[in-house]
Design a binder for this molecule. Structure first.
Ligand code: THU
Length: 134
């Protein structure tokens, strides 16, 4: 049973946000992904001078977790300084739907971390692309 609750996960996302590398947009995002075994994997956005190479906080956290061998996820918290918090982009929604389809998504404004909006991945990306089986 995971020991980290919703507010605990938001707190870890806030801490991860401090390590965002966002010199171009200055828009710092932090994410904390909770695995079914209770482990938490964090990430923050990393931007490139070649803007398209930028990677969102959600994907950094997901890749972090997947490349340590985690496969089952129950929740992801995402924090940024914008009213209501930042919703995950389409690319992150696709990846989360592939690798963390049952995770709840907690969204929060970093200035108001106790106000949390909650979504399912299916709500965020109905009809996700699925690779056709041979
Ligand atoms: N960004 C994220 O990290 N996650 C989101 O959910 C939305 C956008 C980042 C990408 C880029 O570094 C900056 O925010 C501005 O788009």
């Amino acid at each position: 049973m995971p020991k980290v609750n919703k507010n605990g996960l938001i707190k870890l996302a806030l801490k991860a946000r401090q390590k965002a590398c966002a010199p171009y947009s200055k828009f710092k995002v932090g994410a904390a992904l909770l695995a079914a075994n209770g482990k938490v994997f964090t990430g923050a956005n990393v931007e490139s001078a070649s803007y398209g190479l930028t990677c969102c906080a959600e994907r950094v956290a997901l890749f972090h977790a997947l490349t340590t061998g985690e496969k089952h996820f129950t929740a992801i918290a995402v924090v940024a300084r914008i009213d209501g918090g930042a919703m995950p982009c389409g690319a992150c929604r696709q990846l989360l739907s592939e690798y963390a389809p049952d995770a709840l998504v907690f969204i929060s404004d970093s200035d108001h971390p106790s106000a949390v909006r909650e979504f399912t991945i299916r709500e965020l990306l109905p009809g996700a692309f699925v690779f056709p089986q041979a």
